[in-house]
Design a protein around this ligand. Structure first.
Ligand code: BTN
Length: 260
């Protein structure tokens, strides 16, 4: 697990220029959860041998082809509600893809996926550490598929995935994309600290075309179909089923893409 550290050539407002790169590591999220770090640190890996996804799933990667990185926060955590980190991060990724590749039309899927052509290009896993009184660490982990070819996604468990290379038709520069995502994330953190969650949620809603449509929410063995009415101010998905609005905090959204 050899690492190198360098200063990024960007001036952040909130994140630090402290950046650590590992050719290979088990998981950048696990690393930050186990290590004392300086607030705003960025840890990137070329390959993760035990990449972590949501719901204890594995996040697979191919060496050197994707962006795999985590950001560690341990200051001002009492100033923001925990759920907002997922939203501000997925928004930063989607807006960055949209600004570099406007024709790709990236969209957001609750709670934390970025899709292109209805396939997942990026997943986000926010993990926290708390003592009995308070939250003392937030780790935002981002996995963005950049240069994988179509054959990589032929495995059954990856069939709903895609990469920027597949969608644009050419290899893309991971460093440029990383710098832009970090800049957007830094702006979003600042915005949330100054004005709260609502400006982030408003921009998030604009990139989520499933709003007002029929979706199915699957959580374990249970599934519920209804109209996706809104995102509540605490990040919950509001689903209207048989005239009642249910507040949902966990689950996987599926939808009929012909309805969009
Ligand atoms: C998901 O299941 O959609 C979330 C995937 C998150 C993957 C990223 S890659 C960098 C960071 N380190 C991890 O082990 N996981 C996150």
């Amino acid at each position: 697990m050899s690492s190198c550290t360098k200063k990024l050539s960007t001036n952040f407002k909130y994140l630090q220029n402290h950046y650590l790169y590992f050719d290979e590591i088990e998981s950048t999220n696990a690393y930050l959860l186990q290590t004392d770090f300086e607030n705003g640190i960025i840890v990137q890996a070329g390959f993760q041998s035990k990449g972590r996804g949501r719901k204890k799933r594995e996040w697979q990667s191919l060496a050197g082809q994707s962006l795999l990185f985590s950001i560690g926060l341990n200051e001002k955590l009492d100033q923001l509600p925990g759920f907002i980190y997922t939203f501000l991060s997925s928004l930063a990724v989607a807006e960055t893809i949209d600004s570099i590749f406007p024709s790709l039309n990236p969209i957001l899927k609750w709670p934390n996926d970025v899709l292109i052509n209805h396939k997942k290009v990026c997943g986000i896993l926010v993990e926290t550490k708390a003592n009995s009184q308070e939250l003392n660490k937030v780790v935002i982990g981002i996995g963005l598929n950049v240069n994988q070819n179509e054959d990589y996604f032929s495995k059954p468990d990856l069939q709903f995935g895609t990469s920027l290379k597949i969608e644009t038709g050419g290899r893309q520069d991971r460093e440029i994309i990383l710098t832009n995502i970090l800049r957007a994330l830094d702006e979003n953190l600042n915005l949330a600290l100054k004005f709260g969650s609502e400006p982030i949620l408003n921009r998030w809603r604009q990139m989520c075309p499933y709003l007002s449509r029929e979706i199915t929410l699957i959580e374990g063995e249970k599934s519920m179909t209804g109209k996706f009415v809104d995102i509540a101010s605490d990040g919950a998905l509001l689903l209207q089923v048989d005239g009642q609005t249910e507040k949902i905090y966990a689950g996987d959204v599926s939808f009929d893409k012909r309805s969009l």
